[in-house]
Design a protein around this ligand. Structure first.
Ligand code: FBP
Length: 678
């Protein structure tokens, strides 16, 4: 077994990803595409004046350029690379691509890695990347070569220190491999170091898949950040195994929380790959409109704001409905996928998050202290909130936390209160991965199911059973399958039990009342068995698919994509670009159609609420509910729920296998596939 693992790893590290055709040229130059336009935010124009006018640059090959071009292209450089944010499979290959291209242009060029993320830049912690080191990590997962971190370079002090580091190292270029927040950092660094001549290039990384770029006309410039393909495949494989498990022992609902801090792209892809019975898509829930309440409000001549957007309670009812319907078809098991960031799309919770962000940020600035250090215990935090509620009672103009908020907040379980008050990261993001979202939702589901069971509405459907006169021998009707049917009782030799019978005791009393049993006579074992089968026992197993997928070894798609991103980065550097993000266009098409490019970062930025203030950040791309991929999931939802006695419709995507061609090595995800059909 050890040998096999070694062989597999050797095949991986020795793998030479193919290069996009443009890189078969010794030199590349940048061809601006001015037809590609973006609506520019005024604040971005103001804060990033030197890079806001950057165009989209198409990487183009050139075999024999002019002498000056050659000299510039081949000059000896010093390039620094930093990983920023959570790991994503393929990061090492971005480094390998940059390293190979840089060394090919000039073997004396030096490539450095900043250690532990942006802190490495601030504190000037580096290592020189050598051929041996890079080779060791080719095509492997994680960011272990130089590690990563989440620090944001957001103060003038941190910015100055970063600038000092770049100067001290004599860097020509800094490469930031990160998500939306890290590319935001890259844009500000590019602006800040513009006059120093330090070029800053970003690379779109994140398993969340929420860096997707289109121009104003909807042309796709970056279909997907790297790492998404691998994480989605890893999660899909694990979830698909649970589909097999649950339909085998038919006793559990597997509840799978799937990463994606805000956007539900990963959950959507898992749904497409596995056909799990229930998949929630946050963006879809946010679009929910309660028509009945709107109608009622109209009749009452008022506006009901709460009719827009789903509530937690309503969401739990939707899930219950699915569970009850499957149970009625005899299936008291299944698989549900819940996106990590679902709470972001539940209005009532989102409101809490925004309010608490503001309160925490305000406390930090007005008291010059850190809210979380000041109030380490939940009880202290709650006490502080209570004081704010009191203040709103005395001062009507103080509205940030009123008594209603306080009451609602006190109504939610402790662990959820603690979750909502958790410390934000340095970018001001809410730590969704640390909140037990699935627990919050499933607690409500369990409560409501218990209520439905009492009402006799949550019953397991079984096949109609005929009994002989002694009620000992049963025979199944192969054609009928339904909620424990049972209308009036003994008709000839057919036993029918009413749904309202919810305990063996009432069953016994009914049988006596109907004359099937004599007083004191016990329920015959055959009847007892079938009755017990029909009383649901709702059992769940919860799972979190996140960190494991982030640490997966990359799929071939991600190996090839990231290596070419690395080559693209060097091409941008060699051509003097700054404030651009490396990208590969046409990812949804055949590899031969892939087109490396540089996307201007500044025009993609907009104002967003962070730490209670509006900040200029790269816009996250969330699931578009009009997209083909979502529409497919929506159209097939009922089929995948399989609330009928027939077979489930699970799909088995299989594991990530690197050493041979397989289903997984298809260079597209199903989400991208749908994009290609557009
Ligand atoms: P990035 O945006 O930095 O790529 O990170 C994404 C992510 O994996 C989210 O899906 C998740 O919510 C978060 O990181 C977890 O962060 P942490 O490592 O701080 O727990």
């Amino acid at each position: 077994a050890t040998n096999n693992i070694n062989k597999g790893m050797i095949a991986r590290t020795n793998y030479d990803p193919p290069k996009c055709s443009v890189f078969s040229n010794k030199y590349t130059y940048l061809k601006p595409d001015h037809s590609c336009r973006f609506s520019i935010d005024r604040e971005a124009e103001k804060q990033l004046p030197n890079i806001i006018k950057n165009p989209l640059q198409i990487i183009t090959g050139i075999e024999s350029p002019e002498k000056d071009f050659k000299t510039e292209y081949e000059k000896k450089r010093r390039i620094g690379i930093v990983f920023s944010g959570g790991p994503a499979p393929g990061g090492h290959n971005v480094i390998a691509g940059i390293y190979d291209a840089a060394k090919q242009a000039n073997s004396e060029t030096k490539v450095y890695g900043f250690l532990l993320g942006p802190d490495g830049i601030i504190e000037n912690e580096i290592i020189e990347l050598t051929g041996n080191l890079v080779n060791k990590y080719r095509n492997t997962g994680g960011f272990s070569m130089i590690k990563t971190g989440r620090t944001k370079i957001d103060t003038s002090e941190k910015m100055n220190l970063s600038r000092e580091t770049c100067k001290a190292l004599g860097l020509d270029a800094l490469v930031v491999i990160g998500g939306d927040d890290s590319n935001t950092n890259a844009a500000f660094l590019a602006q800040e170091m513009y006059d120093d001549g330090v070029q800053v290039i970003g690379v779109p990384k994140t398993i969340d898949g929420d860096i997707q770029v289109k121009d104003d006309e909807g042309r796709v410039l970056c279909a997907m950040s790297f790492g998404f393909h691998t994480a989605a495949r890893a999660f899909a494989n694990a979830v698909s195994n649970l589909c097999t498990d649950s339909s085998s022992d038919v006793k559990y609902w597997h509840i799978c929380k799937v990463m994606g801090r805000v956007a539900s792209h990963l959950a959507l892809e898992v749904a497409l790959q596995t056909h799990a019975n229930i998949t929630l898509i946050g963006e879809d829930l946010a679009d929910y409109v309660d028509e009945k309440r709107i109608e009622k409000a109209k009749n009452d001549n008022t506006v009901d704001y709460t009719a827009y957007g789903i509530t937690l309670r309503h969401l739990s009812r939707v899930i219950c409905d699915c569970i009850v319907r499957r149970a009625a078809a005899g299936k008291n098991y299944g698989v549900a996928v819940i996106p990590e960031g679902v709470l972001e799309f539940i209005n009532e919770i989102q409101l809490f998050i925004i309010k608490l962000n503001t309160i925490i940020a305000e406390y930090n600035t007005t008291h010059d202290k850190t809210f979380h250090m000041e109030f380490p215990k939940l009880t202290d935090k709650l006490e502080y909130l209570r004081k704010l509620a009191q203040r709103s009672r005395e001062d009507r103009s103080f509205t940030i936390w009123n008594t209603r908020d306080d009451d609602l907040f006190n109504d939610i379980p402790d662990f959820f209160q603690k979750g909502l008050l958790m410390e934000r990261d340095s970018h001001g993001n809410f730590p969704f991965s640390q909140v037990e979202t699935e627990k919050v939702i499933m607690e409500m589901v369990k409560d409501y199911l218990a209520f439905l069971r009492e009402k006799g509405e949550y019953k397991i459907g079984i096949k109609r059973t005929y009994y002989n006169k002694t009620l000992q021998k049963a025979e199944l009707d192969p054609d009928f399958f339904g909620p424990v049917l049972f209308k009036n009782y003994t008709q000839g030799d057919i036993l029918l039990v009413k749904p309202s019978i919810i305990s063996l005791k009432t069953l016994n009393q009914t049988l006596i009342k109907e004359g099937a049993l004599k007083e004191g006579e016990p329920i015959p074992p055959a009847i007892e068995k079938i009755y017990k089968k029909s009383v649901p026992d709702f059992k769940t197993q919860t799972h979190f698919y996140g960190y494991d997928g982030r640490g997966s070894d990359p799929t071939k798609f991600d190996c090839i994509y990231t290596y070419n991103l690395g080559l693209t980065v060097f091409s941008l550097i060699a051509n003097g670009a700054t404030g651009q993000m490396a990208a590969v266009r046409n990812l949804e098409q055949d590899f031969l159609q892939w087109e490396p490019a540089g996307i201007p970062i500044a025009p993609l930025m907009h104002l967003e609420e962070r730490k209670g203030k509006l900040s200029l950040v790269l816009e996250k791309s969330i699931v578009n509910t009009n997209s083909i991929s979502f529409q497919i999931v929506k159209a097939l939802r009922e089929k995948w729920l399989a609330a009928n006695p027939g077979e489930d419709n699970y799909r088995k995507p299989g594991p990530i296998i690197f050493s041979r061609e397989n289903e997984e090595s298809r260079p597209i995800t199903l989400t991208l596939n749908a994009l290609a059909d557009k």
